[in-house]
Design a binder for this molecule. Structure first.
Ligand code: PNS
Length: 158
């Protein structure tokens, strides 16, 4: 069985993430969406808030599950029997960071491949940071996040 891990902070999950998960779910038998709990960044939403938003957004995907990522991603992937780490690539600006992470992960655990997926062009400009900024300033985020995430953004930021 081909198992892939899609890790991230998902602060919050947006349509670009969901697009990548949908593509991964068509390619791999099982996709584990691993929500980082010990990221260096300080998230806007608590771990529990992010987890609930992710789970609700993914409830219709039969072969996708959500889990907690703590510790090194490569150790987590090994523990879960995943052979692949999925990451989304939106633009050239993502490349340097993603390339560095892929090579670090290869050095740490060479049998696991990083697999890059490109979301639809409708979603390539969406990021959690920009979605939060637009929401905080009263802009319309309807086409960037699912309705339940929009509600949480408004509750948290307005
Ligand atoms: O969505 P993000 O914030 O770009 O996700 C970053 C994430 C969670 C994938 C990355 O920080 C990560 O892998 N964290 C787990 C700790 C780890 O393994 N760090 C070394 C990565 S090379």
């Amino acid at each position: 069985m081909a198992i892939a891990v899609y890790p991230g902070s998902f602060d919050p999950i947006h349509n670009g993430h969901i697009d990548v998960i949908e593509r991964a779910a068509r390619i791999f038998d099982r996709v584990i969406v691993a929500l980082a709990n010990n990221d260096a960044k300080t998230p806007c939403f608590s771990f529990e808030e992010r987890r609930l938003m992710v789970e609700k957004a993914l409830k219709n995907f039969a072969n996708v599950e959500t889990d907690i990522l703590s510790g090194l991603l490569i150790d987590y992937a090994h523990k879960r029997g995943a052979g692949v780490i999925v990451r989304g690539l939106r633009a050239v600006s993502d490349f340097e960071y993603e390339f560095q992470m892929a090579l670090m992960n290869r050095r740490l655990g060479g049998d696991i491949e990083t697999f890059f997926l490109v979301p639809s062009e409708d979603h390539t400009f969406i990021s959690s940071r920009l979605v939060k900024e637009v929401a905080r300033l009263g802009g319309d985020v309807d086409s960037f996040v699912p309705p339940h995430v929009k509600r949480e953004l408004i509750k948290k930021l307005l």
